[in-house]
Design a binder for this molecule. Structure first.
Ligand SMILES: Nc1ncnc2c1ncn2[C@@H]1O[C@H](COP(=O)(O)OP(=O)(O)OP(=O)(O)O)[C@@H](O)[C@H]1O
Length: 652
């Protein structure tokens, strides 16, 4: 029986082919190879189309080199993660091909009879570890693009912050393909694209991880990718069948394609192919395993787990995890974080990072959403698809938020944690409120508001309450809720903005989180409170004159200058975005000019909006000098003696 017919049958019955394909290095040809890449290290230089070579050498990109350096030299103990990364890449490659075939985006597939599968094998005497898949494969240019640069924003971010602890980088982000250099001193990748339209040539990519890689055209490479590692002396355990089998079993339980380990020349299946999200329930252990599989982390637990299944408005089967903040990667402030939830349709992955379904502010959640009604080739352009995505997103996000509300009632920690990873609902929901308003017409506003937590002026330090709790304890007839955004409680309580409220004022929620500044601006309108009266009153004419003067000093810094009778001891405040200023001044123009500028800056400090505090210094020195002059009976500005009572007035 020919190999072709065995393979074709195995695809239907699920039995693996008994022979592995031949992978042979193409002999060096002496004819001129047409290549868009020069064989020199400068791959960005002019194209040389006629140099007689068959092996090209390329430099890794600078950041990839740095990452490789850290990874290859590390004494990382959890070495087996490279198996997880390679299995996951192989599975992604099969998934990609299945998707492109199903959606007719790849019409003419190379080696069409090869079933989608992954096979691991070892050779102890030659210190070899080998993994091969029959997935999408790579073209010449894809090899350079995918294996020559770092794809993960997270690890790049880490490097940019000067992080050099390999265990942190590998533990938190995995580093995908590059983790092979933790265990291997030589990595060879044989690959051929599945898409005949893109070409039918096979290539060998080789590197020792020290700065460059080579690409050679090779014959008889079947569709897919084979990665061959020559193991380092301290990693020879991965050329032992028992070790590899155990690790592969651990990492491949949820892979949706058959995984085999070659044992005595025969491929033996090892994975259970279980899609946990399709089950109606699962044990804690199964969730732990699945969470670690999804998060690419061999330790860490899910903090919360949610399985959500429904038939209306769409048929959804899903599974979500909130990562443990102690082990979650610090991606809170990553510029463009990847969504940690993937979108499937009947087990087939439609989108790895399900943006469009999961908003950015929930990027730290892990999980899978499977929606039967979702077309495989979902497009952003089609209105119908967009509406379907919105409907799915609405249902899923609402369920997640309601789950968080429910848990927040039972577990104060859920809202109290302001950890870097952004799991704390306090952070997340403030960001969520803003983004939901900007990109989603505030559709989740009501649910998000229920998750916000505040400190309250008549509650103890650090005690957080929800808006609902605040309303419950509000006095009868209380019309307004006052809120204040500040970095900590003490700043809030000593702020001039608090002065305008009566001592018998209602409790004020204090929002001690910068994220909330914009978010809470939408919550309530601080108007109509009982205010204290200032004893000193200027005539209308005096006020107009003073307003004009202050405006002429501060110019475009303020939009409007207004008097207010709300302040008690502070002479001025910067108010809201319009920056209204109230100043009370004596009338000595040069002195008043300095005083107005200083008052404005003081008010900015109180409001936390002063851009550069250094500008204050020279003026403060001038004020000090003025003070000394006046103390000695001189008018600083006019440089003449004045009587003591005028000096007193000036310094008041
Ligand atoms: N077996 C493979 N078949 C086809 N392409 C592959 C294979 N392994 C790696 N690649 C390509 O190389 C790229 C880089 O792989 P790497 O593991 O470093 O990161 P990644 O898989 O993109 O990241 P993540 O693990 O977050 O999905 C992949 O995105 C893919 O395009």
């Amino acid at each position: 029986m020919s190999l072709r017919s065995v393979s074709a049958r195995s695809q239907i019955s699920g039995v693996a082919p008994s022979r592995t394909p031949r992978w042979t290095r193409r002999r060096v040809r002496d004819r001129c190879v047409r290549s868009v890449w020069r064989s020199s290290r400068d791959v960005s230089g002019p194209v040389d189309r006629c140099r007689p070579f068959s092996t090209e050498t390329h430099e890794f990109k600078a950041e990839t080199k740095k990452l490789l350096d850290i990874v290859a030299k590390s004494l990382y103990t959890d070495k087996e993660v490279f198996i997880r990364e390679l299995i996951s890449n192989a599975s992604d490659a099969c998934e990609k091909l299945r998707f492109l075939q199903t959606t007719q985006q790849v019409k003419d597939v190379s080696d069409a009879e090869r079933p989608l599968q992954v096979t691991l094998s070892v050779n102890e005497s030659e210190r070899k570890f080998v993994i091969e898949d029959s997935g999408i494969g790579m073209t010449h240019d894809e090899l350079i693009e995918h294996l020559g640069t770092i794809a993960k924003s997270g690890s790049l971010d880490f490097l940019q912050r000067g992080e050099s602890d390999a265990s942190k980088i590998i533990g938190q982000f995995g580093v995908g393909f590059y983790s092979t250099f933790v265990v291997a001193d030589k990595v060879e990748v044989y690959t051929k694209t599945a898409d005949k339209e893109k070409g039918e040539k096979g290539y060998l990519w080789t590197s020792d991880g020290s700065g460059s890689f080579t690409i050679t055209e090779v014959d008889e490479v079947p569709r897919g990718t084979k990665i061959e590692l020559t193991l380092k002396d301290d990693a020879t355990e991965f050329s032992k069948l028992a070790t590899v089998k155990k690790a592969a079993q651990k990492f491949s339980s949820f892979i949706d394609f058959p995984i085999y380990v070659t044992e005595e020349g025969e491929p033996k299946p090892i994975n259970k192919q279980e899609a946990l999200w399709m089950k109606s329930s699962a044990t804690e252990e199964q969730h732990l395993e699945f969470f670690r599989f999804l998060s690419g982390n061999s330790y860490g637990k899910p903090w919360y787990t949610l399985m959500y299944q429904t038939d209306a408005p769409l048929s959804i089967k899903s599974c979500f995890y909130i990562p443990d903040p102690d082990n979650a990667p610090s991606r809170m402030f990553t510029k463009d974080p990847e969504i940690g939830i993937s979108l499937h349709s009947r087990r087939v992955m439609v989108k790895k990072h399900a943006d469009g379904v999961i908003p950015k502010w929930l990027h730290w959640m892990k999980g899978i959403v499977d929606c039967e009604d979702m077309p495989m080739n979902i497009s952003r352009e089609s209105m119908q698809d967009t509406r379907l995505m919105e409907k799915l997103s609405m249902a899923v996000v609402r369920r997640i938020l309601r789950f968080l509300q429910q848990e927040a009632k039972l577990d104060l920690d859920l809202v109290d944690v302001r950890c870097e990873c952004g799991v704390g609902c306090v952070h997340v929901n403030a960001a969520g409120l803003i983004e939901d308003k900007e990109g989603n017409f505030s559709r989740h506003k009501d649910d998000l508001l229920k998750l916000l937590r505040f400190e309250c002026s008549n509650k103890g330090k650090g005690e957080l309450i929800s808006l609902e709790e605040y309303i419950e304890m509000a006095k009868d007839g209380q019309q307004n809720i006052y809120y204040f955004t500040c970095p900590d409680r003490q700043t809030g309580l000593s702020s001039p903005y608090m002065e305008q409220l009566d001592l018998d004022k209602p409790e004020e929620p204090e929002d001690t989180d910068a994220w909330h500044c914009q978010a809470t601006a939408d919550l309530c309108n601080p108007s109509g409170s009982k205010m204290r009266k200032d004893k000193r009153v200027l005539t209308e004419e005096e006020q107009t004159q003073m307003q004009k003067f202050i405006k002429s000093v501060l110019k475009e810094k303020v939009q409007e200058v207004k008097f207010s009778d709300r302040l008690v001891s502070s002479p001025a405040i910067v108010w809201g975005a319009r920056q209204r200023l109230q100043v009370i001044l004596e009338s000595n123009e040069p002195v008043a000019r300095i005083a107005v500028e200083q008052l404005y800056d003081n008010a900015c400090i109180a409001a936390g909006t002063l851009d550069d505090p250094r500008v204050l210094m020279s003026r403060l020195n001038k004020v000090l000098e003025m003070f000394v002059y006046q103390g000695a009976g001189y008018d600083y500005a006019r440089d003449r003696r004045v009587n003591v009572s005028t000096a007193r007035n000036l310094s008041r």
